[in-house]
Design a binder for this molecule. Structure first.
Ligand SMILES: [Zn+2]
Length: 82
């Protein structure tokens, strides 16, 4: 994941997972972030200030979590297909 991709994700106005409005600098909207355990949630906040590898890892972890707990959702960016 490149710095440019992270900046793009940080500045976009809607959530990549559910298309709800999200806050600047966050990887996901508030509602999606609050479905995650706290330690995963904080890694998806203020992503522009974080290391590329860390953000990528956090997105992967979140995608796997959602995949496991909310199997009906398939279009989450960075999600792994089974
Ligand atoms: Zn969302």
């Amino acid at each position: 994941m490149t710095r440019q991709e992270i900046d793009r994700l940080a500045t976009r106005r809607n959530c990549p997972r559910c298309t709800m409005d999200k806050t600047f600098g966050m990887a996901l909207c508030r509602r999606c972030r609050y479905k995650l355990p706290p330690h995963m949630r904080t890694r998806l906040e203020h992503i522009a200030a974080k290391d590329e590898g860390m953000v990528y890892g956090a997105l992967r972890a979140a995608a796997n979590y959602f995949d496991l707990h909310y199997r009906s959702i398939r279009d989450f960016r960075g999600g792994r297909r089974r």
